[in-house]
Design a protein around this ligand. Structure first.
Ligand code: HAM
Length: 424
């Protein structure tokens, strides 16, 4: 039977026209990481399920509800990675990357979470992330945040605000947790169902609640700032000061807790109000205990991950994409095809992007294909042009003007004209 099978819900095809924007974004991300001295790491998309359960936390939404888990033929429980921090830590420990060494690492690739799909939230999505291992901060925390800021700058993205908080030391967090627990117990009648569940297991996550009645209670809840020990307070102030001096103006958001259990002290999110409900473009923080918990030596660490779909969508909203990936030339030969082949190769030698018309047809049809191709110029070769060693060069944009150009000058002329076009 001829049935049309569609893509898995929440998983997107990236089509021509979109992928060019992705290429540019990915190139900028790689370049910024490289300029800050970060090195790439690639880990498998499949890991043992246990890695994520133990790292992200058994009682988080990601592990409880969103992971794609299956048993392979050998009976091992595997999961499609929902994020890459846990995998990076696993790989670092496995290959001794953290032994008496500091590491600045970056990664990019697909992640999988079985969330309810909506704009900006997908079941397969892509993250770019950086992780810095071996520095206790707060200097490197500021560096990691500045890498994000530089990415917005280089991509021409505006209006993303930095929200910043600290979860304190494990001790401070334990005291804060007790205080929150007692406070929310006193107000349990007003809590929504989700928050009541969280009250038993992880009262900090109630601070995340979107339920209106709970939000009112949350607004009056104790603040972590009152529980910080002097060292954590000094670190947080130094971080805020460094960021402010870099012109980043963080919004101190004492309700920012994050949905993964491995965080300690610094947490942050870059948010925008231009993407509807999915406002976080990038998020991260410090996770000083994770390397040791996964069997390595005590190694402080901090990092972030950004959602590339959200970034590309934000750039579309802000018209920040450029179209320099267009075809430069569509070649139409009305004589022997070999003329187009030779000219095409010469133009590609000069770095131009060229398609030759294939499949024959009338001149009018060929010119229609030239228009559809999105090329800036059509180069047309007929009998007369072969006879005097020239071509017709037609501008497919703007005034549509046409001129005769000597074959020997074609590459230079086109290079000049496409450079002028890009500069405009
Ligand atoms: P996360 O907050 O779970 O953190 O995800 C980071 C970013 O990935 C989000 O801010 C968002 O832009 C994007 N994202 C997450 N889920 C989806 C989805 N379903 N669809 C589209 N985009 C999504 C982490 O993953 C941590 N590993 C970040 C980190 C690195 N912390 C320290 N190092």
């Amino acid at each position: 039977m001829n049935t049309k099978i569609q893509a898995v819900k929440g998983m997107n095809d990236l089509l021509p026209g979109q992928i060019e924007h992705w290429h540019r974004v990915e190139a900028v991300l790689r370049d910024v990481a490289w300029r800050y001295g970060y090195q790439e790491i690639r880990t498998p998309v499949l890991e043992k399920t246990e890695l994520f359960r133990q790292s992200i936390g058994d009682q988080t939404d990601i592990v409880e509800k969103e992971m794609y888990v299956f048993e392979d033929a050998g009976g091992v429980s595997l999961a499609l990675r929902p994020e890459a921090t846990a995998s990076t830590v696993r790989a670092g420990n496995e290959h001794g990357l953290f032994h008496n060494r500091q590491q600045r690492l970056w990664y990019m690739g697909p992640m999988f979470r079985r969330e309810r799909p909506q704009k900006g939230r997908y079941r397969q999505f892509h993250q770019f992330g950086i992780e810095a291992f071996g520095w206790p901060g707060p200097d490197v925390d500021a560096e990691v945040i500045r890498v994000g800021a530089r990415i917005w700058q280089e991509l021409g993205v505006g209006g993303v605000r930095l929200h910043l908080n600290t979860l304190g030391s494990p001790d401070a967090r334990a005291r804060y947790r007790d205080a929150l627990s007692a406070y929310f117990q006193d107000h349990r009648d007003a809590l929504d169902e989700d928050s009541l569940r969280r009250l038993e297991r992880n009262p900090l996550r109630i601070l995340d609640s979107k339920a209106p009645a709970t939000r009112e209670i949350v607004d009056k809840a104790p603040s972590i700032m009152d529980f910080l020990d002097p060292r954590a307070r000094a670190d947080f102030e130094a971080l805020c000061d460094s960021l402010t001096r870099s012109g980043l103006d963080p919004v101190i958001d004492i309700r920012l807790v994050r949905g993964l259990d491995y965080y300690t002290s610094t947490v942050f999110e870059w948010v925008t109000d231009q993407l509807g409900a999915q406002s976080a473009v990038c998020a991260g923080g410090r996770y000083d205990g994770l390397v040791e918990q996964r069997g390595g030596r005590p190694t402080p660490a901090v990092g972030f991950a950004m959602g590339i779909e959200r970034l590309v969508e934000l750039m579309a909203v802000q018209s920040a994409h450029d179209d320099s990936a267009r075809l430069d030339v569509y070649l139409v030969s009305l004589v022997e095809q070999q003329h187009a082949v030779t000219i095409g190769e010469t133009l590609r030698d000069a770095g131009l992007r060229v398609c030759e018309h294939c499949g024959g047809g009338k001149l009018a049809n060929r010119m229609k294909r030239a228009d559809q191709s999105g090329a800036r110029f059509a180069v047309i070769i007929g009998d007369e042009e072969v006879a005097d060693g020239s071509v017709q060069l037609k501008n497919l944009r703007g005034d549509g003007g046409q001129q005769r150009v000597a074959r020997t000058e074609l590459a230079d002329t086109l290079r000049r004209m496409t450079a002028d076009d890009t500069a405009r």
